[in-house]
Design a protein around this ligand. Structure first.
Ligand code: GSH
Length: 214
């Protein structure tokens, strides 16, 4: 039995979205962040970091949204093309996009906004950090825009887990009213019209529809 723990955030959406792309029959435990549900002994035994999402596949426990997205596609959709073949140059390109999304868009910019705007009561007010994060996002997102001006997807000519990762950040940025170029809007609209996105987003947001971002 496969279980995905976590709901209500851009990062948990990634895991549910890939599970829905694959048509997996899985269980969801929609615990939310900062609810105390990620601090229970049951949860911290799975993830000592106290963070969602977490995947449990039989006795195998995996954390980190990008790792979960990639593992699910590798393990349960080897012929579905949702991840390029390990060892290929396309796989290297896929890894490049994943590292970029996680570091340059998620951790260094959007999550800084999240921490010092919505969660300022927890992490402190930091207007200079917010301003730097907005500028940093604008600079970094140009890399994705350059690709998407004349390609439909990030890797090759098909949808992969990298598109799940990027789209989750574009939705997160849009929720923060960050300006996005037309090519990025069009791209996000195409990805979010996928049936798997729609069903996963509905499930993911059933935790707390008012919550923005991660
Ligand atoms: N790098 C991790 C980040 C996970 C993360 O920070 N999750 C947040 C919510 S999006 C969380 O679980 N916070 C737990 C809490 O604050 O209770 C990933 O991509 O999975």
């Amino acid at each position: 039995m496969i279980t995905v723990w976590g709901g209500g955030t851009a990062r948990t959406l990634r895991a549910h979205w890939m599970a829905h792309e694959l048509g997996l029959d899985y269980q969801s435990k929609l615990v939310g962040p900062r609810t105390g549900e990620t601090r229970t002994p049951e949860f911290t035994a799975l993830n000592a970091k106290g963070k969602i999402p977490v995947l449990v596949d039989g006795g195998f426990v995996l954390t980190e949204s990008a790792a979960i997205v990639t593992y699910l596609a590798d393990a349960y959709g080897p012929d579905a093309g949702l991840t390029p073949k390990p060892g290929s140059r396309e796989r290297a390109r896929y890894n490049e996009w994943l590292a970029y999304v996680q570091m340059e868009l998620d951790a260094h910019t959007l999550y800084v906004l999240r921490k010092h705007q919505d969660l300022a009561a927890l992490y402190g007010e930091a207007p200079a950090a917010v301003e730097t994060a907005i500028k940093g996002f604008a600079k970094q997102i140009a890399f994705a825009e350059g690709r998407l001006r004349d390609h439909a997807y990030l890797v090759g000519e098909r949808f992969t887990g990298a598109d799940i990762m990027l789209t989750s950040c574009l939705l997160w940025a849009a929720a923060y009213k960050v300006d996005l170029a037309p090519a990025l809007h069009d791209y996000a609209d195409r990805q979010t019209s996928r049936p798997a996105y729609r069903s996963a987003a509905q499930l993911n947001s059933s935790v707390n529809p008012r919550r923005k971002g991660a």
